[in-house]
Design a binder for this molecule. Structure first.
Ligand code: PGA
Length: 249
């Protein structure tokens, strides 16, 4: 066990309308009775400002799902890390596999985005994870360690950041790796971070993500070096998100 306070971050992806703020309010209420766990919700950009107001003074932090590497400029449709900071966000997810796959984001792009998040004074949640073909070819450790090396910028050596291990084949599929498979990757991530950043590497929270649900959260959260969860589908319903949060507390 790393002994770090666990973080449960909900990634709403492209889900959520104004009516979903009711779920957020229920989460805030439910989270009042929880201690010993950090919580965050990353809504879509359209809800971010309203969500920020709703979450203000609550125990749930606001997070962004992505950002541009530049602070401002002619980048139609993009949002910068400084803009997330401006509305009170604490975290920004970068390098999610959906962005890597559908928007062609390379490790270098992810690293530049993570640097931008740090520049804005926020905490990046840097995602890594292998595809099913890579796992079947026994390349998991190789792929994930190379993504980690390329996606975590040098500036992270002196800053707080989070790494999320999300096997692509486990995202939204209801399939999860065995606890032994999760343990193997998380131990490798911890070792690589310690090798690169020394003692600072022991303070970095390593989240597991991919079909985390109320019924598997406790088991996943008990794996050594799993310091929380990045939750997609199950973070859309307050009851499920709170159940996962309770399993981490
Ligand atoms: P899921 O998504 O929990 O719906 O599998 C996880 C993620 O993509 O962060």
């Amino acid at each position: 066990m790393s002994g770090l306070t666990k973080l449960v971050a909900g990634n709403w992806k492209m889900n959520g309308f104004s009516a979903s703020l009711g779920e957020l309010k229920a989460m805030i209420e439910g989270a009042k009775t929880l201690s010993g766990v950090d919580l965050a919700i990353c809504p879509p950009a359209t809800l971010a400002a309203q969500a920020g107001w709703t979450l203000k003074d609550s125990t749930i932090a606001l997070g962004g799902q992505d950002c541009h590497a530049e602070k401002t400029g002619a980048f139609t449709g993009d949002v910068s890390a400084e803009m997330w900071a401006d509305i009170g966000a604490k975290y920004v997810i970068v390098g999610h596999s959906e962005r890597r796959a559908m928007h062609g984001e390379t490790d270098a792009v992810v690293s530049a985005k993570a640097s931008a998040v740090l520049r804005a004074g926020l905490t990046p949640i840097i995602c890594v994870g292998e595809t099913l073909a890579e796992r079947d070819a026994d390349k998991t450790v190789e792929v994930v360690s190379s993504q980690l090396a390329g996606s975590v910028p040098e500036a992270a050596g002196k800053a707080s950041f989070v790494v999320a291990y999300e096997p692509v084949w486990a995202i939204g599929t209801g399939r999860t790796p065995t606890t032994a498979q999760v343990a193997e990757v998380h131990a490798m991530l911890r070792q690589a971070l310690e090798k690169r950043f020394g003692a600072h590497g022991r303070t970095i929270r390593l989240l597991y993500g991919g079909s985390v649900k109320p019924d598997n959260a406790r088991e996943l959260m008990s794996v050594p070096d799993v310091d929380g969860a990045l939750v997609g589908g199950a973070s859309l319903k307050s009851a499920d998100f709170l159940a996962i949060a309770r399993a981490a507390a």
